[in-house]
Ligand binder design. Structure first.
Ligand SMILES: [Zn+2]
Length: 164
């Protein structure tokens, strides 16, 4: 386990389609652990393998009230529904925040570290975070979907009041 350097935009590894994982071995388990350590260190809610310079279809995201860690190996989107605009950021874009439209519901299929295939349904910000990370695995970055950039002042106003 280790904290890795986060690859910042622009970088080729961030815009490539990542390769499917064919075998869940020690390398993949270590990758999952490194993703977790790196996400926690840099205070993200999700991170994808290409963001630590590994072009494989692996990503993690915090979901639910308890901020459980969802590990996704070879995730695919089975279904989406709805649409909502909300603010996103990305560890690969340290100073960029903005509004992105995403589905409000997603159903995915993915593999966990034990090699078990699972299906998961998520809504709201969880759905947003999951879809943001899966986009990374296809080399799609949130700046390409930005409707409007949100300034740091606006962010401070929005979140400053809630955190009293
Ligand atoms: Zn991101």
């Amino acid at each position: 386990m280790a904290i890795k350097e986060v690859v910042k935009h622009p970088a080729a590894v961030l815009t490539e389609k990542c390769t499917e994982v064919t075998e869940i071995n020690e390398e993949i388990i270590t990758l999952l652990d490194d993703l977790y350590d790196t996400m926690v260190e840099y205070d993200g809610v999700g991170i994808a393998a290409p963001q630590i310079n590994v072009p494989l279809r692996v990503a993690i995201v915090e979901i639910g009230e308890e901020r459980d860690i969802l590990e996704m190996i070879n995730p695919t989107v089975l279904e989406t529904d709805g649409a909502e605009v909300d603010i996103e950021g990305c560890l690969s874009f340290p100073n960029l925040f903005g509004e992105v439209e995403r589905p409000t519901y997603v159903k995915i299929e993915a593999c966990d570290r034990e090699g078990r295939v699972y299906e998961l349904e998520a809504g709201g910000f969880d759905a947003r975070a999951i879809l943001h990370e899966i986009d990374h695995l296809d080399g799609v970055l949130f700046n390409s979907k930005l409707i409007r950039v949100v300034t740091e002042e606006e962010l401070a106003e929005m979140y400053g009041e809630e955190e009293e």
